[in-house]
Design a protein around this ligand. Structure first.
Ligand SMILES: [Fe+2]
Length: 399
């Protein structure tokens, strides 16, 4: 009971903080070949040497070569740090910042999925705040503005081009810690569907479900505002229209662009309205079993929505209307069913093979701690509630 009361008060404090903090938005370049436009804009803004932060896969696709030659056309030279791995680590950030300084760079361009973008944000922060990276983790620890940061996402899900967080892992304990600061917002970003065409279908599906979870959790958040509602509803509409097509036909540029926009809008929504228990449980499943973030969200989202249904019925009903359900009837249930159906159509399972029944109490404990400090969810979960929601993911054993 004490925790529930504390959660309510603390979430109000976060709501006020979100209103008071000067959270800007990046200048956006959107559409086919917008990454080329972004390169021109970088040159116009003054940088002379840009550190491109990415991973080996993006280098192999030729995107770094393309961006370097575009920048060189405008007399901007480049250096590349391409050793980013999934869940970037403190030492990767520190190596990238050393390369930035030794190469006399004056801006960072991060290209890739969530990991290169998080690593790029952290390198930009460390470039100007010279101290051990661990001391930058936590809330509002950046004294100086990061190096000018430009971003090109090649997946549509994290929304990290518009978020004020970068998650970095300890290479020894594997514990993930965020740097949370409004100064981390990129200067400009490009949503270029051409660079997303080659994304494998299962990653398109999982990252798309991450974007859907951002939109839905921010929409049913008790800290939602009319502004975050507009972004969340637009994101859900675009995902309902185009996620299946982006998965089945990755070369469809219209569907790719819709999903890139959906991820962007959902990012704008959750940066201010925050998330909920789906993310708390998904993060914990990631730390226990290495479940990819989008997959973990897809597994958990319908179960958390079913738990929250009575407390968020009218909000869920609005979402049902947005995806084309006729008004009237149990529309909250209709929306939850739509999420389950979409997940099935995308080939995502509804149970987690690696889930060990003996771990459920520990997973629930960790998830509830994350939620009580971070998420203005419409219905509070006690330990036993959370355990029940997680247990629904146990594989059913045939008789
Ligand atoms: Fe997420």
């Amino acid at each position: 009971m004490f925790k529930r009361g504390f959660n309510k008060i603390y979430m109000k404090v976060l709501w006020v903080a979100a209103k008071l903090l000067p959270i800007s938005k990046p200048t956006m370049f959107i559409g086919k070949d917008s990454s080329v436009e972004l390169c021109r804009s970088i040159a116009l803004m003054g940088p002379k040497k840009v550190l491109i932060v990415t991973d080996a896969g993006i280098v192999n696709l030729g995107f770094v070569e393309m961006l370097s030659s575009e920048l060189e056309k405008w007399s901007v030279s480049t250096e590349c740090y391409s050793r980013v791995t999934p869940d970037p680590t403190y030492d990767q950030v520190e190596s990238g910042a050393v390369l930035y300084r030794e190469s006399c760079c004056d801006a960072v361009l991060a290209i890739g999925g969530g990991s290169p973008i998080d690593c790029g944000k952290a390198i930009a922060a460390l470039a100007t705040n010279v101290k051990p990276i661990k001391r930058l983790t936590g809330l509002l620890k950046l004294r100086k503005a990061p190096a000018p940061l430009f971003v090109i996402p090649t997946t549509a899900g994290t929304g990290s081009e518009v978020t004020v967080a970068a998650v970095i892992s300890d290479p020894i304990t594997h514990k993930k810690t965020p740097i949370l600061d409004h100064k981390l917002m990129p200067v400009a970003a490009a949503l270029d569907p051409v660079l997303m065409q080659g994304l494998p279908s299962h990653i398109t599906a999982q990252t798309g479900m991450d974007a859907l979870t951002h939109a839905v959790e921010s929409y049913i958040s008790t800290n939602a505002t009319p502004e975050t509602d507009r972004y969340a509803l637009a994101a859900v509409k675009l995902i309902a229209k185009s996620l299946e097509t982006a998965v089945s036909n990755g070369g469809n540029l219209e569907a790719r662009l819709d999903m890139a926009l959906a991820s962007y809008y959902a990012g704008l929504a959750f940066t201010k309205a925050s998330l909920g228990y789906t993310h708390a449980i998904a993060h914990t499943l990631g730390s226990y079993y290495g479940v990819p973030h989008g997959l973990a969200n897809a597994l958990v989202l319908p179960n958390v929505l079913a738990y929250s249904k009575n407390s968020a019925a009218s909000r869920l009903a609005n979402l049902a209307v947005v995806i084309g359900e006729p008004a009237g009837g149990d529309n909250a249930e209709a929306f939850i069913s739509w999420v389950r159906d979409l997940r099935q159509k995308l080939g995502i399972p509804d149970t987690l093979e690696s889930l060990d029944e003996g771990d459920i109490a520990g997973i629930a404990r960790q998830a509830c701690i994350e939620a009580v400090w971070n998420y203005p969810a419409p219905r509070y979960m006690e330990q036993q509630d959370c355990e029940r929601v997680i247990a629904e993911l146990l594989p059913t054993t045939a008789d």
